[in-house]
Design a protein around this ligand. Structure first.
Ligand SMILES: Cc1cc2nc3c(=O)[nH]c(=O)nc-3n(C[C@H](O)[C@H](O)[C@H](O)COP(=O)(O)OP(=O)(O)OC[C@H]3O[C@@H](n4cnc5c(N)ncnc54)[C@H](O)[C@@H]3O)c2cc1C
Ligand code: HEM
Length: 395
């Protein structure tokens, strides 16, 4: 429990965090990733190099300091962190490492004059309070996943039973547990954690589950990233009958139980969770589903066949696939072309904006979509999104 004086010190640090939070967390990661090689594989180095993870942590620390008197105001931030931690198997023993490195970073970035003993003591107590909150919440999630039918704790071995090229860039992997036992039913929209061991060393990544739950296994659909460690390894080295390690499904970007028309909007490989959502909704009811997908062209776009099948089979399903960079001779010829626009939303969204919208894609696409959905009258609380990486601002 923080004393009143400690809380006042934390609140007094807010202006420093507002301007220097990112410098602080960037320094923190440098200290931790250099000094503690055992936690390095947990972190995606690309998110360090492009600053996304230091930014996400700086934002979380700032929100925490601002709300130190009212932690309940942190809202979805804490559960978003918990979900990400659970999917990457962050454990209680990791927290003291983060705590020690954070305090050292505060001392080194702020200097002895600002980071007095009182300031350091206040931040040590504040960190411990936040760490306890996260560790307890993560413990509860680990327990409940392990106790659920088909659930497990830690890494479980899965065999690749099928590997299907969905496009020139996207490949699906069908995964079944080596132990032959059932798997926990994920909610449509959730993602798993995967642990891979390329020659360059262990990496962990998240992949959305691109098909509805079937109790037997999972499907992930992975885009090859130029120079990407995990996606390159999966595409080039992981074959049928090979095994990979999975951490259980996690995530809160999931279909909310509702009778409202469902609108799913994706850009590129952001299509993966929306496939699971669409199929789940189509199979389980007659809720209207509008599926809007943007891709560069037909060669990189996946899943056209299944979209066509759903169109045939489900009268309540409408799909609009748009290509942005059609090259001469591309089989996209004859399809819709263009970029995401307000005109598309006005034309394709149900007339009543009392709908649930889920969207996912590259950051500029997401920033546009958030603004555009608001502008065409979708209530903000009914438009949901997630990031294929650390949370970012969509301003
Ligand atoms: C919740 C969630 C769900 C996801 N679902 C999916 C999904 O369904 N399908 C999917 O394909 N992806 C998904 N992702 C993204 C996925 O987790 C990986 O981030 C993605 O596959 C890239 O990983 P990688 O190891 O191949 O690339 P990385 O090695 O992480 O590299 C990514 C890019 O950064 C560059 N890079 C790497 N290191 C550096 C460096 N040090 N300096 C400069 N540049 C660098 C690489 O060249 C590459 O272009 C999801 C992510 C999250 C968080
Ligand atoms: C109070 C302590 C902590 C806070 C406030 C915190 C905060 C965060 C935040 C904000 C994110 C980004 C979530 C998202 O938007 O996706 C994140 C992700 C992550 N955290 Fe933590 N975290 C803490 C402790 C830890 C610990 C102890 C570890 C393990 C050493 C850890 C490892 C990770 C990893 C691996 C990710 C994903 C990074 C990536 O994608 O590159 N965190 N954390």
């Amino acid at each position: 429990m923080l004393t009143t004086t400690q809380r006042d010190i934390i609140k007094a640090t807010v202006p420093i965090l507002e301007t220097g939070g990112e410098a602080l967390t960037t320094h923190f990661y440098r200290i931790m990733l250099d000094g503690y090689p055992e936690v390095r594989p947990l972190f995606n180095q690309a998110n360090q190099a492009n600053g996304a993870q230091p930014r996400a942590l700086a934002n979380a620390v700032l929100m925490y300091a601002r709300n130190i008197d009212h932690l309940e105001n942190l809202g979805p931030l804490a559960s978003q962190i918990v979900n990400k931690h659970v999917a990457l198997q962050i454990l209680p023993e990791h927290y003291p490492i983060v705590g020690a490195c954070l305090l050292r970073a505060i001392r080194e970035v702020l200097g002895a004059e600002t980071a007095t003993d009182h300031v350091i003591d206040a931040w040590a107590a504040a960190y411990q309070q936040l760490a306890d909150l996260l560790v307890n919440a993560e413990h509860d999630v680990y327990q409940s996943i392990a106790a659920a039918p088909g659930g497990w704790r830690g890494a479980r071995q899965f065999k690749v039973t099928r590997k299907v090229a969905e496009s020139s860039e996207i490949t699906s992997f069908y995964l079944q547990p080596v132990d032959g036992k059932p798997v926990i039913a994920h909610k449509a929209g959730q993602y798993i954690g995967i642990r891979l061991n390329p020659e360059s060393g262990e990496v962990r990544r998240n992949y959305s589950l691109s098909a509805p739950a079937n109790g037997l296994g999972y499907r992930i659909s992975v885009k090859r990233q130029q120079g990407g460690v995990a996606s390159g390894y999966l595409h080039d080295r992981i074959m049928v009958d090979d095994t990979v390690e999975l951490f259980p499904p996690s995530g809160e970007f999931v279909l909310i139980d509702s009778a409202r028309p469902l609108v799913l909007i994706s850009g590129g490989v952001g299509i993966t969770p929306t496939l699971a959502m669409a199929e789940t909704a189509l199979r389980t009811g007659n809720r209207d589903v509008v599926f809007i997908h943007y891709a560069r062209n037909a060669s990189v776009q996946g899943f056209q066949t299944v979209i066509d099948e759903w169109r045939e089979r489900y009268p309540q399903f409408a799909a609009h696939v748009v290509h942005s960079d059609v090259t001469p001779g591309d089989v996209s010829a004859g399809r819709l072309t263009g970029r995401p626009s307000l005109a598309h939303l006005r034309q394709w969204l149900p007339a009543s904006r009392d709908i649930e919208v889920y969207f996912l894609g590259p950051q500029p696409f997401m920033a546009f979509m958030k603004r555009a959905l608001h502008e065409v009258g979708v209530p903000d609380r009914q438009s949901h999104y997630e990031f294929f990486g650390p949370a970012q601002a969509l301003a």
